[in-house]
Design a protein around this ligand. Sequence first.
Ligand SMILES: [Zn+2]
Length: 498
Amino acid sequence: MFKNKPIEIVNDLKILGIIFDKRFTFRKQCISIRKNLAARLNIIKYLTSNKSFINIHTLINVTRALILSKIDYGLPIYGWCANTNLNQINAPYHQAVRRSINAFPTSPVKCVLAEAGLPSIKDRLRDATYKLIPKLVNSQNKILNTEFINAFTHKRNYKKKSTIRRCVSYCEMLQISKHGTKAKTSQKSPWMLESSSYDITLHKNNKNDVNPVIHRKLFHDLSISYKNQNWNMIFTDGSKTEFTTTFAVVHEDGSLIAGGILEPYCSIFTAEATAFKQALDLASHNKGKFAICTDSMSVIEAVKNIYNNNPLLNNIRNFLLRYSKKTKLIWTPSHIGISGNEFADSAARSAGKAAYLNFHTTEPKDLSNYIAHSLAEKKEIEWQQDPHRYVTLNPKGTRATYPRTTPRQQSTIMVRLRIGHSKLTHEHLLTGTPKKPCPFCKGLLSTDHLIHDCKKLKSTRERIFGQVAPSDLLTNITKTNIDIINQFFKELDLSKKI
Ligand SMILES: [Zn+2]
């Protein structure tokens, strides 16, 4: 009972636009999306009618905006439902993409999607789910965080794996740490960060304009003035190679204070920021005032930007706020012979070779780049295992870039020849009639046969193609190649039959 009225018992419930049913099959959700997509598909049908002059590029973008945006909402939640339910969405989506590039109705879905540069729903679902990992790892929500960490230890064979458990499996595969960077809450608000906490006076001199000697002199004067006020100068630097990301913090005389190795996927920005944090950590534990010198303006800018909510930067900001009297960041020009800077640079470089401590950072940006990279690699491998001839034309499975000025009729011929399904060669599948032979040599008809093999067309081919190899014409989509192909079929009087 709620306010003296009995609570109605229902089989499904719509929460924030997603329909949850009793058994979490998400069938109703998929059907509701299908209905919505059908209405949107009508817009695409109208835009892609035979009288349309809109180019292929715009049509693909319209399809992406109209159809994919609808599918994307809540996809990691409902997307892992049974294939039969997900197929409800697949049908209108594939139809929309096929119409946008005007591929022949019998064309394989995989080729159509690759030609348009749009993902399959399965791929989209995988991407959307694993993109949640940086958020899960760094989540400040206690309930979510506990659930995520517990999923690493409590293993059970679930009939239906939750999105969190799928993310956990992927984390384990990529060896991503489950413990995110925790930002400690500060007693002071970030906008109270004082301008005296950083000194970027030297940045005003353009490095290219001023002689290195003058730069060194300016820095020397600045450091003397700080030393006179009892500031200790320490230097930080980060380094990144193909296999390691490292950082170091040194004294002015080159003696090492801290150094470490980060995960290889960490960016140079993370290395510089971690070095900062270590330097500030040292400053907070020791007596005296510490001026931390760095050549990374991007980190100082990010620290200054209080809207940047990165946990590592929040920690740096908290240190600066708490120890505002004894810590300061100074920007120094790099690679001009300032000794402290050079020491930090070489210490950071050599950190990869020596046995330094390993530091775990889980910067959201680094993680999402790393995950995106691994997903793209996986996709490429899967793509190349496909035996279809289209894969040789488009080995990376990337979007075909047609010149924006290409008329729709011309791009249609190109698309159909690339995929290998055309009215001439595959219409019999739709009409149920016997397959037609080649109209010229009565041999087995295919699009490749006309472009490459048909012996009766040898002279026409040589005259129109000239020096260009027929396979190059379909691989490289340039205006000239599209014109040559169109010219060829115009002469054969087959333009309307492709
Ligand atoms: Zn032939």
